[in-house]
Design a protein around this ligand. Structure first.
Ligand code: ADP
Ligand code: MG
Length: 730
């Protein structure tokens, strides 16, 4: 039998793979058609119910049972008008994916009547039998059940899978005793905390600001490869990344992919998933090739953070499903292929007020500039003081390949703000000890608005090596992994800013109470914060060794692996900041820490098994087969009376193959032993560290020799699709 690899290649060349998609149409003509937005709510609801829904979205008020029934009836009416038969509570358990359990509207009453039913109770709360979702021990300790509860701030939507349609209701997921077991609950809490803290600070500058919400625009990177070829790679199927594979002769060195046209087959796939996304109200805006071959990116218009997070999760799901229709596979893993770029998910983040102001956009008047400066400096201080939490929020087995690994930049969190703002901060800082008076115009104006062109100029000359960069009117957190739920980093970012703003207000008020004028008090605290936190600012090459040394001198943390990065969650400082802002109780943060470690262990464990399996059942047999061919050849030449000089090369190859086989075999055996030892460890953190230090260390060594064999062995014997086939054929 031919290998899966050769079959896939035959198949790929035997027919055109471009899947026809319907012609494009105006996006506004169908955007959001599968979303129960306010316009549809208005249409399907009574005035009373609509008002109740609006108020619950705007002011987080509770919806009572009667209104719940009315809203549910409207939702059902709308869904049935679109031939929907089932509904589900759609939630984000801590597995990193989304979860759903479908129930039909269909029911049979006591008297045998069959009818379709959906009431307020079903809308507002459900009890999924979810005891197998990770809970970090919370549910074991307290109560075996968990429940999902409707989040009215994210609108219900219809998911179309094939010809089936399901009404999905975004929900939070909590334990029976109220501890959060998902990614959404803490995110919503962090938005509430940040809003309060930010509004309080805004009040110094503008009494009209009564609401502030964080905004997020994510940029999703991904790889797309042929499905048949991907299915020949058990490592991709099982772990999302290739554990073996020699780099192709041509990688990304020509940089031709980034600037090139989108290949037609992928283009057709993109149009298809974009259409699905538009129907779901996901405001996609850009699509383009990324740096590595077969790597792409898409980004939407930014939205309020909770909605943006839901939309990102939905999109990842939609992309993966639509890809199947095109016989393609989407790889969302942070590092599917060695030796070429990995994938990230830049989180563009800012703060929007009810008055339509972006708090991170330098303003047009002295007063708004002052407000901008206050928030800008508070963010720098927050990142400086809690960079360990930010690092922890993006830690995962996959992202370890992008932070601090061989081919990756160091895992240091620093901030890039550009030349112009660096000068502004230096200006402000120089005046330490000055007695500002209110007339000190230059100080208050800072002249930022006059220099906006200059700022934009600075902004185009961006530093692409910074993990956290100011890009003109937003910060861009770039170290987030491509497969991750943005809720985790967004929760931390919003929490630490909330905490810093609360402290800021307390510091300013203390000065004011001492008789200081408001403006001067603000300026003095801003100055103080600049001095305290400027060590986190870095404008140079974030990928250089020099920076790693410099950061160490500055005392910035540089934690390379997940098990250690996660320690940040467990410090007293962390527990305090999460508790004070009402994000996590001690129990919740401890549970999360446990879940993240367990997740890490499982990922490395699976990778280790896959490496062992593939080495033993794909690589070594191929090597031995080819070695036998060589041996036969040598024997034949000998028999025919040729002297040694005619088969020295063959003998050398035979020898080399044996050497690689031996090292691989020993490596696999030692790795299995290390796994056994690690599995005996009770304590989760110690076990995770053992997997990281003692098991994972064999991965690179085994791979090195497997990849060498790939270059030695007859192409026909090699069963695993090669990098050049995965990356360049479609
Ligand atoms: P890049 O050049 O890094 O690709 P873009 O200018 O294309 O960046 O924008 C990237 C993302 O930033 C988009 O999703 C965009 O909507 C988002 N973005 C722009 N302004 C804001 C903002 N104020 N808050 C949050 N995200 C924003
Ligand atoms: Mg970007």
């Amino acid at each position: 039998m031919q290998s899966l690899r050769l079959n896939a290649l035959h198949e790929l060349f035997s027919s055109s793979k471009i899947q026809e998609v319907p012609p494009s149409k105006k996006i506004t003509s169908f955007f959001g058609e599968n979303v129960f937005d306010l316009k549809k709510a208005r249409e399907f609801m009574s005035d009373e119910a609509y008002k109740s829904l609006l108020s619950s979205i705007k002011n987080q008020t509770k919806i009572d049972r009667k209104m719940g029934d009315q809203i549910a009836a409207a939702l059902k009416g709308w869904a049935e008008s679109k031939n929907v038969t089932h509904f589900t509570h759609w939630f984000q358990p801590l597995t990193g994916a989304t979860a759903e359990k479908h129930d039909s509207f269909f029911t049979i009453k006591g008297d045998g009547t069959a009818l379709e039913e959906f009431d307020g109770a079903a809308l507002i709360q459900q009890e999924p039998d979810a005891s197998s979702f990770p809970s970090g021990g919370i549910r074991a300790t307290f109560e075996a059940r968990g429940y999902t509860a409707w989040d009215p701030s994210s609108p219900p939507f219809i998911m179309e899978i094939g010809k089936g349609k399901t009404l999905c209701i975004p929900t939070i997921f909590v334990s029976y005793t109220g501890e959060s077991l998902d990614a959404k609950t803490p995110l919503l809490k962090a938005s509430v905390a940040l809003e309060k803290a930010a509004v309080d600070v805004c009040q110094y500058f503008d009494k009209n600001i009564t609401a502030v919400s964080p905004t997020l625009g994510w940029e999703q990177e991904y790889f797309v490869i042929d499905a048949a070829i991907a299915s020949g790679r058990p490592d991709l199927v099982m772990t999302g990344r290739t554990v073996f594979g020699h780099a192709p002769a041509k990688g990304q060195q020509l940089e031709d992919h980034y600037f090139g046209a989108i290949p037609e087959r992928v283009y057709s796939f993109m149009r298809d998933y974009e259409e699905e996304a538009y129907k779901l109200g996901i405001p996609l805006r850009t699509r383009h090739n990324e740096v590595a071959p077969s790597q792409f990116e898409c980004a939407p218009i930014f939205e309020e953070v909770n909605l943006a997070v839901d939309h990102n999760l939905l999109l990842m799901d939609v992309m993966s499903r639509v890809a199947k229709r095109h016989n393609l596979v989407v790889l969302l893993h942070e590092k599917p292929f060695a030796k070429i770029n990995g994938s990230g998910k830049h989180n563009n983040w800012s703060l929007a007020t009810n008055t339509g102001v972006n708090l991170l956009a330098p303003g047009k008047t002295p007063k708004t500039n002052f407000m901008f400066l206050a928030f800008f400096v508070n963010i720098i201080k927050a990142v400086h003081d809690y960079s360990d939490l930010l690092r922890a929020s993006i830690a995962s087995a996959g992202n370890d390949h992008r932070l601090g690994a061989n081919e990756a930049p160091p895992a240091i969190i620093s901030i890039f703000i550009g030349k112009y703002l660096t000068n502004v901060l230096n200006e402000v800082e120089k005046r330490v000890g000055d007695n500002f008076d209110e007339q000190d115009e230059a100080m208050l104006k800072l002249d930022i608005h006059k220099s906006i062109p200059e700022l934009m100029l600075d902004n185009t000359d961006r530093n692409r090596t910074s993990p956290f960069a100011f890009t003109g009117n937003k910060f861009e957190f770039r170290a987030v992994g491509s497969s991750e739920n943005c809720a985790a980093p967004m929760t931390v970012l919003n929490t630490i800013l909330s905490e810093t703003l609360i402290q800021f207000k307390a510091d300013v008020d203390a000065l004011i109470e001492n008789g200081e004028k408001k403006e001067i008090a603000l300026m003095q605290i801003i100055q103080k914060y600049i001095v305290e936190s400027k060590s986190v600012l870095f404008e140079g090459d974030g990928y250089s060794d020099a920076w790693e040394k410099e950061a160490e001198r500055r005392g910035l943390p540089n934690i390379k692996t997940t098990p250690l990065a996660l320690d940040a969650f467990m410090t007293e400082k962390s527990k305090k900041v999460f508790e004070r802002n009402n994000i996590y109780t001690k129990i919740e943060i401890e549970a999360r820490h446990e879940i993240l470690l367990e997740n890490y262990i499982k990922k490395i464990q699976i990778e280790a098994r896959v490496i062992g399996d593939l080495a033993s059942t794909y690589v070594l047999p191929a090597a031995i087969k080819y070695q036998n061919v060589l041996i036969k050849n040598i024997r034949g030449l000998k028999e025919l009376g040729y002297d040694e000089s005619n088969y020295t090369s063959q003998k050398q190859i035979v020898q080399k193959i044996s050497e690689h086989i031996n090292i691989i075999n020993t490596g696999v055996k030692s790795m299995i032993e290390a796994r056994k030892v690690a599995n005996e460890i009770e304590e989760t953190r110690a076990k995770a560290i053992a997997y990281c230090d003692d098991v994972k260390k064999y991965f690179d060594e085994i791979r090195y020799h497997v990849d060498k064999l790939e270059l030695l062995i007859d192409d026909e014997y090699w069963g695993l699709p090669k990098y050049r086939e995965m990356l360049f054929l479609r």
